[in-house]
Design a protein around this ligand. Sequence first.
Ligand code: GCU
Length: 334
Amino acid sequence: SYLLAGFLLGVLLSTGVFALCVRHVNSERQNNGTGMILKLGHSLDQQHPVHLALEHMAQRLQEKSAGSVELQIFPNGQLGSETECIEQLQRGALDMTKTSTAPLEGFLPEFAIFGVPYLFRDDAHAWQVYTGEIGNELLLKGSEVGLRGLCYLDAGARSFYTVKKPILTPNDLKGLKIRVQESQTAMEMVEALGGSPTPMSFGELYTGLQQGMVDGAENNPPSFYSNRHFEVCKHLSLDEHARVPDILLISEPVWKNLSPQVQQWVKESADEAAEFQRKLWQEKTAEVLQAVEQQGVTVHHPDKLPFAQRVKPMVDKLQETPIGSLIKRIQELP
Ligand code: GCU
């Protein structure tokens, strides 16, 4: 009878534990037992214009849903690097992430398109792609690998910044270790320009620069500023080699479990955040360029032509790959 009692106790305990687990999983996506929580992780700082846009989204979502859907934002890579967050989305372990499209190309090769150097003529050309047919096709394509795209967020143009000597021509990159995003296209671009690409997550970069693991990096001015890379890098060279946007992703398994009404609120507030951020971006970029100059950074305006010429063979080669037809469609846009 001891045996029987022990068995019964075991059953009781394990069902109890099981019930607790189920309760825990459910409560993770619920606030106060009434509404729903969506968790979003990203790698930027809280003063970054992209983070401000995500806060705008959270507010709009709260208003639309009368408080029943809460967007919880975890900035500064708290939930992992961009690649790690993307992987968590695929498994449904994280609901949403805001990432650069660069690391996404490891999951969906078409996203390499945004890393093609000097492909976009200007902001307007790039926005035509983000909000047009090509951009939308790619947002939806993500659902094939568990990553549904909601919208693009402006991330301007990327330029080099360095600790010691300024980059005025591609020759200046020779022998320099340059941090790149976890993206094949970014590696190839820096190599084509004559530098040594070193992939590293954004969160590790400040220390990487400070400890001399890399001699420089490349990014848009608001990220150069808000992550305080200007404290170490005193030269910013606006060669604007690539326009790599940010993208807002939601886990496809999570999306499928949302009611059509919640899906609509999420999509609408994402679009509103993108619009809000597009305006904010220009303003913030001008502001931070002034701010870094005040902090002792020299902002250089090198001639872009030699850079574009140096990467031309790389771009020509990409024309022969599966993304070749996308490159052509983008180039042909008026
Ligand atoms: C941009 C982008 C970030 C990304 C960063 C990087 O700033 O907005 O999402 O992390 O580039 O270089 O990794």
